[in-house]
Design a protein around this ligand. Sequence first.
Ligand code: MOS
Length: 694
Amino acid sequence: MPRTGTVLGAPAERLEGRQKVTGAARYAAEHPLSGRAHAWPVPAAVARGRVTAVDTSAARAEPGVLAVLTPGDAPRLAQPEDAILAVLQDSNVPHRGWCVALVVADTLETARAAARLVRVEYDAEPADLTLTMDHPDRYEPEEANAGQPGRVEHGDPEGAFAAAGTGVDVVYRVPPLHNHPMEPHATTARWDDDRLTVYTSTQGGTTARSVLAQLFELPEDRVTVVSEHVGGGFGSKGTPRPDLVLAAMAALRAGRPVTLAYPRRYLPTVVGHRAPTLHRLRLAADPDGRLTALLHEVTTHTSRVKEFVEQAAVPSRVMYATPNLLTVHRAVALDVPSPSWMRAPGEAPGMYALESAMDELAGALGMDPVQLRLRNEPEHEPGTGRPFSSRHLVQCLREGARRFGWEERDPRPRARREGPWLLGTGVAAATYPASAGPATAAARALPDGTFIVRINATDIGTGARTVLAQVAADALGTALERVRIEIGHSDLPAAPLAGGSMGTASWGWAVHDACADLAARLAAHTGPLPAEGIEARADTAGRADAEVPYARHAFGAHFAEVAVDTVTGEVRVRRLLGVFAAGHILNARTARSQFTGAMIMGLGMALTEHSTLDPAFGDFTESDLASYHVPANADAPAVEAHWIDEDDTHLNPMGSKGIGEIGIVGTAAAIGNAVHHATGVRCRELPLTPDRIL
Ligand code: MOS
């Protein structure tokens, strides 16, 4: 069999692209099971308290209503590990929007109308929703999100900062942000006696199955989870959400299949959000621009239901050489919905703050901001002292500067004008960890010369299905067309979630190993294949999750050009250019789409995306896409992504680093720095809306 060698890295089109654009691809709420009913949630109308009574009589009287589940009568669940899944189990209301009843009806419209007729009475308590840096209840957690130490400190950062000649001491603010995938969180559930099948929108079907098995006290083999197509998640589908549990409870109660598709307006309170972060940055440098102290202190909120601490000071442990380093997280538990993962949790807000402060320091030193970063390139990872498996930040900055035309830049603010517009350019760096987790996969060779590769991976729109087929074809030495890939079903070999930019590395490793083993077996095989073919299986446990002595991260550099309207304060991004170093790029087409998509999300973080917790009512005021503004095409006219192909042998058999999240890291800082260059105004609170610029 000829080894093509051209499959991996090729810009292959998405295998399911036609299915998606023709509507043949079915999402979680689109499985028209016979007798299917619909559910509509009733969200809590107080920010803190207890439900004292639920009057369901008017709702039940509506023709077509099948059931109304309340905290008093919903099916009892085993205690979940994740407290947000303990829905309708007691009368406690931990935050506004918490589900306090669920209406099931034969049509969606009836369920929605009847939900309005459910009368809920509360015993409300005073609620605290306002995060401040000096909140009396703030505490320093041992750990931030993702198992990161809460505090890392080297040298004498306070002393070194106090002694410094040139320094900046600044505070940056990032508001709560929402994931808002195009497909809402949705589940269709069906019981056949004591077997449960769900079609659910998740980033990880293997987890969804174990959670359902645990909550409903079923053996895992009685639970089937299907998530063949998923319309985005951005972290909010990384762990199961209440729709999964509520749909299964509703189907149990109604005795019919039930779909619950969370209404858009209810998403912000139930699917997690990027917690607001307040950053105090203190940077000091010697006259040559070498950092003598870096202090990054983050204050953020968590909920009273569970602790989730946005690890926003963590990237400051990775980026720059300094003898005196302090990174610390502080949290306040408020009466807010539980924050959770959102694309580049930690890195996106943390690098906005650090990379903005680096720009301010460059200004204070009278130094070019690209040069300042080059000057502070570390030999080892500053936080741990480990060597980098590969680090090409310098190359990203140089290549980006060259492509962008950075050299011609006049460093003075307000130097370029075009009618009412002030023009400016800015730069910022990016980083994101490169990790993998254990996975299993199976590969089968059939007598007709084709192959079937099976793994319970999830394609949330990234192109993962296609890339895995490329990994398989490459390892098998066959053409992409000969590989059939099956993902998104819990009968398939178990695999971790699409999250942490680890999906392709984790799944690809197992697929690669299964296919390499199969290729070896085929090479040793003589005569025709048996009718059922030959199969090989792989399990990467103990290898993909092995400790390594290296710091493994992807890096990148963003360059932005903006025009600021001096009359209205409007900021237009004219050009965004990113250069990334993320190992081998496995599919040029889908990788470009990951990078540019994330850069546009970073543009939204910089300019349009804003959410406010209303301290009186406890809700997010921007709870739909009419008030929570994500960028449209016209907002993102010229977005370019390039990459440096890295040869890093300390990653996985493909030599790849994750690419799902790094594109959003640093983008907002590059844009903010460009706005400062254009106007001379340093706005330290996102987003950069006209009222803040003028
Ligand atoms: Mo990503 S926020 O790790 O799904």
